[in-house]
Design a protein around this ligand. Structure first.
Ligand SMILES: *[C@@H]1O[C@H](CO)[C@@H](O)[C@H](O)[C@H]1NC(C)=O
Ligand SMILES: *[C@@H]1O[C@H](CO)[C@@H](O)[C@H](O)[C@H]1NC(C)=O
Ligand SMILES: *[C@@H]1O[C@H](CO)[C@@H](O)[C@H](O)[C@H]1NC(C)=O
Ligand SMILES: *[C@@H]1O[C@H](CO)[C@@H](O)[C@H](O)[C@H]1NC(C)=O
Ligand SMILES: *[C@@H]1O[C@H](CO)[C@@H](O)[C@H](O)[C@H]1NC(C)=O
Ligand SMILES: *[C@@H]1O[C@H](CO)[C@@H](O)[C@H](O)[C@H]1NC(C)=O
Ligand SMILES: *[C@@H]1O[C@H](CO)[C@@H](O)[C@H](O)[C@H]1NC(C)=O
Length: 521
């Protein structure tokens, strides 16, 4: 375990026990956290607990059902006095503790979900989540908390979501763990994907001593830029007043895959190196398509414009590139989604988080209609998002000096066919860290996963054992040169994912076997 850089303002009950104490309130009653007021602590034993892998919403591991779990659940409610927030933290303390602690991240607008505790607890981790003070009935609905009143952002709850609650939950979770087992966890880990990945990056940057190991997959960092970027294909549709059907958009994706799949030497529906593909969707305009739902049609130029916009990414009226594009083999139904009625009339269906962000945090008006945004207004919205929120939600400060000094290790992996978060944003962050510290690969590595969609899904190679690689790096000093990965649908195929800037290259032989591929810079 590494040394703490900043003293934690904490008091704990003195527990001379070598074994766990009972799952009762008194065991935790003298818990306190500087800057906070504990409102309540409740405990509840969990026995013979089972949970389907489907309930675990953004896992960082292969799907696995949890059965017969025994643990102590501790729920802590607290507030930051003067700020009127109410935050709930839940800790699961498994009977078969492995002496490790884990903070588990959320997804979308969710800061963390109780359902994410079962898997780590089943592996022996004492695990914590926080709701970040978002106590509404639907945690994915920011309308419940984003505005203190029309025109006024609820900055306290945004800061809780962005950073503060993550630090609090980590500190509280560790204290509860110590109180229960009578000793500190030997190692602490963070695991999250998407928002959970952003949270991992934020922890490395702002709370660099909380975790020995951070797993930050497909991170939703660069939030101030990539969230407005996600609206770009919708803007293009609104401006042209034409909305291609999901079937036509899927057919564009299939056409691009057909054109570029074999550039990597293997016809498998995966574009290993998306930057090698130069498919021009206007080349197929006028040609017939039939998509996988069974419908058919003729490729339109308005459809080509939407596909191209998604792959190229947004730019200003004067031509300045604002953000990246998505890969050709990423589904267009994430950010270029449309909904059609039975008579064939389609309308735009913006990705909810992007739409929510513009409505609630830029316009600060719950009733704001994003369909009426002009090209010039979009540029201004993008700039305002960066100006007002980069320091809060960006989570993309490339200076990881304190995390490095503290001895932390961080692994990020990103599906190259991610349909929501731009892999290039992740690679660009790594480049920026490396510009400031050539030694970065000794504590932070980024891996691209060809053909994998957002957090999971897709035909590509999924690194479902990435947590083991992180534990090995932290506890045994084994640097992850590659990440073992395999396909999870259809014919099982394996590959070792490469540490960026290296890329996975097919060298001949059985394309289902990892040894047929090499990492090349
Ligand atoms: C444990 O849970 C399983 C699955 O819910 C159930 O079938 C079984 O009867 C339970 N066992 C006990 C001892 O309660
Ligand atoms: C379930 O867990 C309990 C407590 O750890 C244990 O005693 C029991 O043998 C387990 N049952 C099964 C079927 O594994
Ligand atoms: C504190 O928040 C509650 C709702 O959570 C609200 O009813 C109350 O007015 C707030 N108090 C202040 C002082 O803002
Ligand atoms: C992503 O970055 C690579 C390398 O800089 C570049 O070749 C590619 O065009 C970029 N792709 C997108 C979609 O922005
Ligand atoms: C796309 O739109 C359809 C139809 O409205 C909806 O069911 C689906 O959830 C949307 N997809 C995404 C990724 O938002
Ligand atoms: C198709 O249906 C929508 C709503 O159901 C309606 O507004 C529109 O006028 C219809 N279009 C045609 C061409 O019938
Ligand atoms: C947005 O535009 C639509 C027509 O596209 C119009 O009916 C509506 O009133 C406009 N809304 C606002 C708030 O301007």
């Amino acid at each position: 375990m590494r040394k703490t850089l900043i003293a934690l303002h904490f008091t704990l009950p003195h527990l001379p026990l070598a074994s766990s104490s009972s799952c009762t309130n008194p065991a935790f009653s003298s818990l306190s956290l500087f800057g906070s007021k504990i409102l309540s602590i409740s405990t509840s034993p969990i026995t013979n607990f089972s949970q389907s892998s489907l309930e675990d919403t953004s896992p960082n591991h292969y799907p696995e059902n949890v059965v017969n779990l025994s643990a102590c659940e501790v729920s802590i409610q607290y507030t930051h006095p003067g700020q009127n927030d109410t935050i709930n933290v839940i800790v699961w303390l498994p009977t078969n503790w492995n002496s490790r602690f884990m903070g588990v991240g959320g997804g979308g607008w969710t800061t963390g979900a109780r359902t994410s505790l079962a898997w780590p607890a089943s592996k022996g981790y004492a695990a914590v989540i926080t709701d970040g003070g978002h106590t509404g009935s639907n945690r994915q609905n920011p309308d419940d908390w984003a505005l203190a009143s029309p025109g006024n952002v609820n900055w306290v709850l945004l800061q809780d979501f962005a950073a503060i609650a993550l630090d609090d939950a980590s500190t509280i979770g560790k204290a509860v763990t110590k109180a229960f087992y009578g000793e500190d966890a030997k190692y602490s880990y963070w695991s999250g994907c998407s928002t959970g990945g952003r949270q991992g990056q934020m922890l490395a940057q702002r709370y660099p001593t909380q975790y020995d190991g951070i797993l930050a997959a497909a991170p939703a960092f660069n939030w101030e830029s990539f969230i407005p970027a996600e609206f770009w294909p919708q803007l293009i549709m609104n401006l042209q007043g034409e909305y291609p059907s999901p079937c036509e958009l899927d057919a564009f994706t299939q056409a691009a895959i057909a054109a570029c799949d074999e550039l990597d030497g293997v016809k498998d529906g995966i574009i290993n190196d998306p930057s090698s593909c130069t498919f021009d969707p206007y080349m197929v305009v006028g040609q017939p398509y039939s998509c996988r739902t069974g419908s058919s049609g003729t490729f339109t130029s308005s459809g080509a414009a939407v596909a191209k916009a998604t792959w190229t990414g947004p730019s200003t009226v004067s031509g300045k590139q604002l953000w990246y594009g998505l890969s050709y083999d990423a589904s267009l139904s994430g950010i270029a989604n449309t909904t059609c009625t039975s008579n064939g009339t389609c309308t735009g269906t913006p990705f909810t988080i992007s739409n929510d962000w513009i409505r609630l945090f830029i316009a600060k008006d719950a009733g704001f209609d994003t369909r009426n945004i002009t090209r010039e207004e979009y540029d201004a919205i993008f700039r305002q998002s960066v100006n007002q929120y980069k320091s809060i939600m960006g989570s993309n400060d490339p200076d990881l000096a304190d995390f490095k000094t503290a001895g932390g290790k961080m692994i990020t992996w990103h599906g190259l066919a991610d349909e929501l978060i731009y892999p290039n944003g992740t690679f660009n962050y790594f480049d920026r860290v490396r510009t400031g510290d050539a030694d970065v690969a000794n504590y932070f590595r980024v891996f691209g996963a060809p053909g994998v969609a957002h957090c999971n899904g897709g035909p590509g190679w999924y690194p479902g054992n990435v947590l083991s690689s992180l534990v090995d790096w932290v506890e045994n000093g084994v640097t992850p040169e590659v990440l073992e990965a395999k396909t999870v649908t259809g014919q099982e195929r394996s590959a070792n994912l490469c540490a960026y800037p290296k890329k996975l290259v097919y060298r001949g032989g059985d394309s289902n076997l990892a040894e047929s591929y090499e990492c090349v810079e």
